[in-house]
Design a protein around this ligand. Structure first.
Ligand code: ZN
Length: 243
């Protein structure tokens, strides 16, 4: 395995990965002729009623489940995942929001969050570029966790030229190692099966793969940690890409 490839926790299921470097042709999707729709954005036609949450006895004890759970589709590395149809292009795009399963796929295979192309082998130094909107502009530090998938250079430059939403700015970082850390999701109380209230205003709780709450968490995002980080100035990136 190459140093910069996505690494998996020991004992996890064997990933179904494409051969690194194989082109995954996924043209950038457009709406109404000109609006570029990010790969990880959901579409209105991708809504579905969520199944009822129930409990089950799994390999590591009790946890939440669906009554009609279908292992390969519903569970990854021990976490039950929210169900979402995958029909990009159906209806209208929900810009600024995230499709849980495409976000997971983008992290799993290191696909660009903008166009969905593989970022494996996209750079000669084998690092991955991550571009994140930030309220503080503080650079990414070693071991930081994120739910933002990587970006290809082209999409990063486009996004930087357009600028992030109001009151935020972009920070960019080149990353040598991307490690699976856990999920962001909703934790259910084992006795009542009611979501545990969040007290810090965040939509989701961050739950590591070795956290005892994992079997009680409905996952909405894959969370990775970033290692071997080098901050990069967006102006340099724009110049590099132009060159
Ligand atoms: Zn891209």
């Amino acid at each position: 395995m190459h140093r910069s490839e996505f690494l998996y926790p020991p004992g996890g299921p064997l990933p179904d990965r494409p051969t690194a470097g194989l082109p995954r042709p996924r043209p950038h999707q457009h709406f109404a002729g000109s609006i570029r729709v990010p790969y990880i954005a959901p579409w209105t036609g991708e809504n579905a009623r969520q199944p009822t949450i129930t409990t089950r006895l799994g390999r590591v004890g009790y946890g939440i489940s669906y009554a009609d759970e279908y292992g390969i589709a519903d569970r990854m590395r021990g976490a039950l995942w929210v169900r979402m149809p995958v029909k990009p292009g159906a209806g209208g795009p929900l810009l600024g929001r995230i499709h849980a399963l495409r976000q997971r796929q983008a992290m799993y295979h290191m696909l660009c969050q903008g166009c969905g192309q593989s970022t494996v082998g996209g750079r000669s130094d084998q690092r991955h570029l991550f571009l994140m909107a930030s309220t503080t502009g503080q650079p990414i530090a070693e071991g930081d966790k994120t739910i933002t998938p990587p970006s290809c250079a082209g999409c990063a430059v486009e996004a930087a030229l357009e600028g992030p939403s109001l009151g935020r700015r972009y920070v960019a970082v080149l990353v040598e190692h991307v490690l699976a850390w856990g999920v962001a999701g909703i934790v259910y109380a084992p006795d009542t099966l009611v979501p545990v209230p969040r007290n810090n205003g965040n939509e989701f709780a961050l739950v590591a793969y070795d956290d005892p709450r994992l079997p009680w968490t409905l996952a909405y995002r894959e969370v990775v940690s970033l290692h071997g980080c080098t901050a990069i100035d967006l102006k340099d990136l724009t110049a590099q890409t132009a060159a």
